[in-house]
Design a protein around this ligand. Structure first.
Ligand SMILES: Nc1ncnc2c1ncn2[C@@H]1O[C@H](COP(=O)(O)OP(=O)(O)OP(=O)(O)O)[C@@H](O)[C@H]1O
Length: 231
C-alpha cells in the first residue's frame, strides 16, 4: 500500500499541497479528481520524488520514500506515466520501451508480452519514432514503458488528457487488466469525472491543495462531491 500522510509541498513561497493524506491499496484503482491547478500533479510529483515535501511522508510497502530520488523510487516499484506522456520523440517505440529497463534487474530486462496484447498498435509500430505517434498512441506507449519497469504501483497523471474516446476506452481496459491480473495498485489523477466513476474503487477530490472529499466511486454522484468539481 502507498500512503501519503499530512503532506505539504511548496514552490518557493507558494503552497501547492496542504496536509494531504491519501492511501492507494494493492489491487485497487484509486482516483484523485480535481479541477485545473488544484495540486494533482504536485501530489504525484511528491509520490514519484520529483519534488520534495516540506512536511509529511510518503511510504510504500512499509518503506519511507522521503529523500529517495525518482530512480530509487522506480526501483522500489513505483511506475510513472507523466502528464504529457514525455515520450522520447527521436527514439523508436522499441527504444522508448527499453528505457524502462533501467531500474530493473538484468534478468527482468524483457518487454512483457501483455503490453502488445493490451496495445497491439505498439507492436506494429516498434521501429517508428516516438514523435511520429498520435497523442493516443504515445499515451499507450507511456503506459507500456511504465509496465516494462515491473511496477507494484502504477501512477498516472491525467491519462485521458487530449485523447480520443476509442483510445480512452482501451486505456481504461488496460488499467483494469493491470489491477486484476497483477494485483498492483493504481493511483491516477484526472479531471474526467466519468472515466473515474467507471474505473475507480476509491476516490478523492482535491481543491486548492487539500482533500475535500473521499469515498467509494458511487459517492461522486452526491451533490457535495459535484460541488467541488464544477467550475
Ligand atoms: N514549478 C512550479 N512552480 C511554481 N508553481 C507551480 C509549479 N508547478 C505548479 N505550480 C502551481 O501549483 C499549483 C498546483 O499545480 P498542479 O500542476 O499540481 O495542479 P494540477 O491539479 O495538476 O493542475 P493541472 O490539471 O493543470 O495539471 C498551481 O497553482 C500551479 O500554478
Amino acid at each position: 500500500m502507498l500512503t501519503v500522510e499530512n503532506a505539504n509541498l511548496h514552490y518557493g513561497a507558494a503552497q501547492a499541497l496542504r496536509g494531504i493524506s491519501i492511501k492507494a491499496e494493492m489491487g485497487k484503482i484509486t482516483c484523485v479528481l480535481g479541477r485545473n491547478g488544484v495540486g494533482k500533479s504536485s501530489l504525484l510529483r511528491a509520490v514519484t520524488g520529483q519534488h520534495a515535501l516540506s512536511a509529511g511522508s510518503v511510504t510504500f510497502d512499509g518503506v519511507t520514500l522521503n529523500g529517495l530520488a525518482p530512480f530509487a523510487r522506480a526501483k522500489q516499484g513505483i511506475g510513472y506515466v507523466p502528464q504529457g506522456r514525455e515520450i522520447f520523440p527521436l527514439l523508436t517505440v522499441k527504444e522508448n520501451l527499453e528505457t524502462g529497463f533501467a531500474p530493473v534487474s538484468r534478468r527482468d530486462r524483457t518487454i512483457p508480452e501483455d503490453i502488445y496484447d493490451l496495445f497491439p498498435v505498439l507492436k506494429s509500430m516498434l521501429s517508428r519514432r516516438g514523435g511520429d505517434l498520435s497523442g493516443g498512441q504515445q499515451q499507450q506507449l507511456a503506459i507500456g514503458r511504465a509496465m516494462v519497469t515491473r511496477p507494484k504501483i502504477l501512477v498516472l497523471d491525467e491519462p485521458t488528457e487530449g485523447i480520443q474516446p476509442s483510445i480512452i476506452k482501451d486505456i481504461g481496459r488496460a488499467i483494469r487488466y493491470l489491477r486484476d491480473s497483477t494485483g498492483m495498485a493504481i493511483l491516477l489523477v484526472e479531471q474526467y469525472l466519468d472515466f473515474c466513476r467507471e474505473l475507480a474503487d476509491y476516490v478523492y477530490i482535491m481543491d486548492r491543495g487539500e482533500i475535500v472529499h473521499e469515498g467509494l466511486a458511487e459517492t461522486l454522484d452526491t451533490p457535495e462531491a459535484r460541488r467541488h468539481l464544477t467550475v
